[in-house]
Every structure is written in structure tokens, then in C-alpha cells.
Write a protein that binds this ligand. Sequence first.
Ligand code: DAH
Length: 339
Amino acid sequence: MLDKIKSLREEIETLQASNAEEVEQLRIKYLSKKGSVSLLMNDFRNVPAEQKREVGQAINELKTFATERINTLREALETADGDSAGIDLSRTASDLRLGTRHPLSIVREEILAIFSRLGFTVAEGPEIEDDWHVFSSLNFADDHPARDMQDTFFIRRNPDVLLRTHTSSVQSRTMEHTQPPIRIVCPGRVYRNEAISARAHCFFHQVEALYVDKNVSFADLKQTLLYFAREMFDSDTKIRLRPSYFPFTEPSAEMDISCNICGGKGCSFCKHTGWVEILGCGMVDPNVLEACGIDSKVYSGFALGMGVERITNLKYQIKDLRMFSENDVRFLEEFTAAH
Ligand code: DAH
């Protein structure tokens, strides 16, 4: 019996394998239930009692030796596989799926890029704001409806801690600590207490632009708007300005562009008018300049603010605002080719 164990050990010592399949065959041959090492156990029954201890120990050792030897063979093959020599260069690469950029990010970056070509730099401010920066410094009357709980989210019912309702708050923050010339674009998320539907959401995104310097005129505003519209949409896009009202600008206007879907001929998107509204703008009210520590006798400025969702809708005709925040991959994947 001990001779048999010895010769099996010698045999196992010389084992070789050139692939995983062969290693597996060896494992079956020696270590499976019917393998030669396991079969030794059958003969063990016939070993005289006084030899049982010695033989039992020898069988156990052989089993450990065989297991180790086979594992070593397997490991040696696995490491060889990892070597450059073992790499199968004809194998197809694994499918690495890249994410896509969110349509709102694509459009926001495009807006910022257009303004950066005109010398505007990006400025940002906090989403949790105070009354001064969102309302008071921007010339909102004390009884302005936006200050109402119905329209603005207040935090812990404190009238001085609120979620900004527009990015115009970044205007006052910047003017407070910078003297003109100021030329900034302010992208960011804003919040309003609205019921969520296809056409309204309780949060959305805006980009604000502000230019304050000596002799800034309405003509500068108009030319900036025309440049923006033609860069953002088609190069033959027309613009028109309609008088409007905002507390922080005087005069104020809303800008329409010729409908980029029907080219101004009239379609259901532009309600057959040929025009679609895209932003609000105006000359910074002297009260705002003064509230932020800028001398309104020396400086003037223009400001404008637009909704990123609105511009994105115009570019990509997204029917339901909720699509932007649902993170449905089928929707997001449609923008793979855009950038
Ligand atoms: N803050 C305005 C809003 O949220 C948008 C706006 C209008 C911004 C006119 C401006 C502006 O800077 O001049 O509706």
C-alpha cells in the first residue's frame, strides 16, 4: 500500500498540462470520486489495524500534494494567459457603454459658449438665498406677489431663507463685490412653488447675463441678443422686442425669435404667429445699481434672463417638461449624437 502511494506521488510530481482542459482532466483522473487518489481509500479498509495510522496519514498527505500540484498547474496557466503572449488579439472588445450628456447640459454649455465669445465670464451663486439678493436688491416692491408663499419656497417658514426663484440674484451678489466693467453669465437651477405638469415644474434652469460699464446702451443689448439668437438657432433668425415689465430693469422687454420650426411661416408650435418668446431683458434699473453699490450716474448696464428648458424645447421639441428630470434612459440616449 505504501509503495502504491509512493509511486502515485512520483507520477503526480511529473504531471504537466498545456491548457485548462488538461488540468481538469488531471483533476478528474486523480482527485474526483473515482480518481486514483480517492480510490486508495477503498483499499484502506483492508490495511491491517497496526498500519492504519501510518497509511492513513500517507494517503492524506498524497491528497494534499495532488491538490496543490494541480492548483499550481492551473495557476501557472492563468498567469501565462495574462502575459501579452497569451492575449487573444482577435477577440472583440467588451461593450463599454458610454453615458450621454443631459440635453439641458448640452444647451446650457452652448449658451455659455456663445456669451463667452462676447467676453462674458461665468458667475455662480447659491440656490438657498436670502430676501435681499432675490428680491429687495432687485427693486421688488414689498408687496410683490413673488414674495408670497404661493410662489416661493421658504425654508422653515423663515421669510429670509428661501430657494432662489431666478438667477438674477447672482447679479446683485456680483455687483456687491465687483466694480464695473462687469460682464457675466450666470447659469443655475431655480425653484418656484408650482404644481408639476407637462408645462410647469417646481424647479428649472436659467441663464442670466449682465453687462455693466460706462455708456452701455439699449443698442448694445439689442445687438447682443441678435448675435445670441443667430448663434443659438439659424443664422437667419429674426428677433423682435416687445415692451414688458420687470422690477429690476427699466425699460424692460421680452424677446421673440422667428419660429425656428416653421421658419416664421406659422405652425402649431408658434400658435400660427411665426414668433416664439425666448427671454426677458432690459436696462438695469438705476435703483438696482445703487442698491449694490454702483454709481448709476457713471455706469449703466443691461441684463437678460432665459429658461434653459425653454431653449431646449425649441431646439429639440420636447413636449413634456417632466422628461428632463425623470432620467429615463430611452429619452437621454436620444442625445448621444448631439455631442
Ligand atoms: N428673472 C426673470 C425671471 O425669472 C428673467 C429676467 C428678465 C432676467 C429680465 C433678467 C431680465 O435679467 O433683464 O423671469
